[in-house]
Design a protein around this ligand. Structure first.
Ligand SMILES: Nc1ncnc2c1ncn2[C@@H]1O[C@H](COP(=O)(O)OP(=O)(O)O)[C@@H](O)[C@H]1O
Ligand SMILES: [Mg+2]
Length: 299
């Protein structure tokens, strides 16, 4: 049995939407020191929700991610860009301990969620994943389950046992509302999850991730398989969700990063080359390799 208590008894308790919103508005104000106003950009007073420290991720002996230091701010969208094979997905999967599900895979360094090491002794991967949800490139609904049961399936991860039927219905509705899908599916919650469009399936997967009320949502190229209209819906959703949660999104689409993210990180050959506010990274990159990539000279 995985030991879940240490991580939960610290500060990894599921947080309500209200709590997250309150933290987002109150904490920066409390931390703000008037004396520091002249030297500190507003950005530097934002709280860090998730932080990678000297994080490396290996497949066997090969490092796919090397020595990454990256802080992701609370209630902001951080985009991770870079050419195919540079380690974006591997880095993202190291943020919620999905990387270790691959045989022979391991990480070194650390990842902190609100200061708590997710790879710490006695911290369970299951507990970590219910606080740090993930959505993949292709929609992955459970094909034999209904729309409702797909969202409810996320709760098993949270509770171990299912809440009552009525509570489940409320949670399912709330998650579908937050995923912007409720109006489209409320009259067919019992139909198969694969009877809806690909774009709807992807929002369903987002709803499933939201059902556990995670602090962080990891999105790995969530619109790569979607048509433009569905892509726009998911982008709008990401933009809206960040008022209540921290989002990290891998994308190979630089326009998408520019549209939806607050900060952008550029990776190359497993290393983090540069991270900056999105506008700054795309207009005044500090590293010649970032500039070469964003101007289309490779990738
Ligand atoms: N399951 C795996 N086993 C071995 N090597 C892998 C595996 N998954 C990815 N890799 C390798 O790790 C590197 C980074 O891959 P990935 O993180 O998927 O890159 P990206 O998401 O940026 O395209 C690549 O060289 C890839 O071939
Ligand atoms: Mg990838």
């Amino acid at each position: 049995m995985l030991n879940e208590s240490p991580v939960d008894s610290l500060s990894l308790q599921p947080e309500s939407v209200d709590d997250a919103a309150r933290r987002a508005t109150v904490v920066p104000r409390l931390l703000f020191q008037p004396a520091a106003r002249a030297t500190r950009a507003a950005e530097s007073v934002a709280t860090v929700c998730l932080a990678a420290q000297r994080l490396s991720a290996f497949f066997g002996d090969i490092a796919a991610v090397r020595d990454v230091d990256l802080s992701m701010e609370t209630c902001r969208v951080t985009a991770i860009i870079g050419p195919s094979g540079c380690g974006k997905s591997t880095l993202l999967r190291s943020f919620n301990r999905m990387h270790e599900t691959v045989s022979g895979a391991r990480v070194t360094g650390s990842v902190l969620l609100d200061g708590i090491p997710i790879y710490g002794d006695g911290t369970s991967a299951i507990a970590v994943r219910r606080h740090i949800g993930m959505v993949f490139q292709r929609p992955t609904p459970f094909p034999t389950m209904s729309i409702r049961d797909n969202v409810a399936a996320g709760l098993r991860v949270r509770e171990g046992k299912m809440p009552s039927r009525r509570d489940t219905d409320d949670i399912v509705e709330d998650a579908l509302q937050r995923a912007g899908l409720w109006a489209e599916v409320k009259d067919r919650l019992r139909t198969s999850a694969v009877a809806i469009s690909g774009g709807q399936q992807q929002r369903l997967c987002i709803a499933r991730a939201l059902a556990t009320k995670p602090r962080v949502l990891l999105l790995d190229e969530p619109t790569a398989s979607l048509d433009p209209a569905s892509t726009q819906k998911v982008e709008e959703l990401v933009y809206d969700l960040r008022s209540t949660m921290t989002i990290v999104m891998v994308t190979h689409n630089m326009q998408q990063a520019a549209r939806v993210s607050d900060r952008t990180a550029f990776m190359l050959n497993g290393s983090l080359i540069e991270v900056a506010p999105t506008n700054a990274l795309f207009t005044t990159p500090q590293d010649a390799r970032t500039e070469a990539y964003i101007t289309g000279r490779f990738g």
